[in-house]
Write a protein that binds this ligand. Structure first.
Ligand SMILES: CCCC(=O)SCCNC(=O)CCNC(=O)[C@H](O)C(C)(C)COP(=O)(O)OP(=O)(O)OC[C@H]1O[C@@H](n2cnc3c(N)ncnc32)[C@H](O)[C@@H]1OP(=O)(O)O
Length: 325
């Protein structure tokens, strides 16, 4: 129990030090808007170094505006028994595309997950066989003046989601397009249904990435593959997505319950061990990725290791004389 409390505190301390909530993103939204306004839209992007000189977005004010664009919901179930939470996008008539209200819902659910200390993992999915087809075009049409603010809000939510001390998996089903493909990159892993399609089609819609996928995809796959996927707008079937390294596991063709199969995959492969140590390890990986300073990351790693070494779980395993066959 004492270890549990300590490791939870340490997890959040590491994340707070390295990634204070709601202020992690570089405040680049305004830069993007300036860079794309007027004449510049036709002649190119502002120099990258300029993107750091803009004011932080007021997330509270943006939230109030987004909440006015109604439709759909995002729901959360947290299962303390197996330590797995399910985050569900629910706008089936529009293939779970996201309205402003759903963005606010998702931010609230991520805040709840930040306070959930019993959890090991999270599955993000959509109802009725599609993950998400991006922005709800009804919302998009009404919010054309509000892109930069919406992006700032989503960047905050999805960065917080990616950095939760939970192993996260996106269940890529049906159509996972545009912003939907972006959402999937805010999870640590992607499990894909054998009948699903995934594509970053934003460029075909006259847009660059809205919800942070250029940054995340470059980290995930490297520069060459990120440019390829984002600039070609190609829609990948499971085999190609697996080959590219975009997805981690393709579900069997015959599968009665894809959510249950994804849960089993998680439990078998990534959640087989102690909850707190799993959370600590995830937090360490986040801190290593976020940290600009190699020594700071090692410092965090050493401190957290000190909490597991000689702790009750390690002692139990030593007593059990475990063999790793
Ligand atoms: C803000 C982030 C930037 C972005 O996300 S940009 C990308 C935005 N997404 C899109 O452009 C997707 C547009 N939709 C499509 O391409 C097709 O609907 C899609 C997904 C290939 C499915 O095609 P089909 O299987 O033929 O089905 P369908 O077209 O009849 O769609 C069924 C109903 O769902 C609706 N739907 C699908 N995606 C939507 C969206 N993003 N926003 C609003 N409505 C959407 C579609 O309009 C249709 O509704 P209805 O039956 O016409 O009332």
């Amino acid at each position: 129990m004492a270890l549990m409390r300590k490791s939870n505190t340490l997890c959040s301390r590491v994340l707070k030090v390295l990634q204070p909530s709601s202020s992690v993103m570089s405040p680049c939204g305004a830069g993007a808007a300036q860079a794309l306004s007027g004449e510049q839209q036709t002649c190119g992007w502002a120099p990258a170094r300029k993107l750091h000189s803009f004011k932080r977005p007021n997330l509270h004010a943006i939230r109030n505006q987004l909440a006015r664009f109604e439709g759909g919901s995002v729901e959360l179930e947290m299962n303390n028994d197996n330590g797995i939470a399910i985050l569900t996008l629910n706008n089936p008539r529009r293939m779970n595309s996201m309205t402003g209200k759903m963005m606010v819902d998702m931010a609230d659910k991520v805040s709840e997950l930040e306070e959930w200390h019993e959890g090991k993992a999270l599955i993000m999915r959509g109802v009725d066989g599609n993950l998400c087809t991006g922005g709800d075009l009804t919302f998009v049409r009404k919010a054309l003046h509000y892109g930069e603010e919406m992006a700032a809000y989503q960047h905050d939510t999805l960065t917080r989601l990616l950095n939760l001390p939970l192993i996260s998996v996106a269940l890529v089903q049906g159509h996972t397009l545009g912003g939907g493909a972006e959402l999937s990159t805010a999870c640590d892993f992607r499990v894909m249904s054998s009948s699903a399609k995934i594509g970053f089609v934003q460029i075909k819609m006259g847009l660059s990435t809205a919800w942070g996928a250029a940054t995340r995809l470059t980290r995930l796959l490297g520069r060459r593959k990120a440019i390829d996927l984002l600039c070609s707008a190609k829609i990948l079937l499971p085999d190609a997505a697996l080959r590219e390294g975009l997805v981690d596991y393709v579900l069997p063709k015959i599968c009665d319950d894809e959510l249950a199969e994804t849960t089993n995959w998680l439990l078998r492969n990534l959640c087989a061990y102690d909850t707190n140590i799993t959370r600590v390890v995830k937090s360490l990986v986040v801190s290593a990725e976020l940290s600009m300073d190699h020594y700071q990351a090692l410092d965090a790693e050493r401190k957290l290791f000190g909490q597991t070494w000689g702790g009750p779980v390690q002692r139990k395993m030593l007593d059990a004389n475990v063999k790793h066959k």
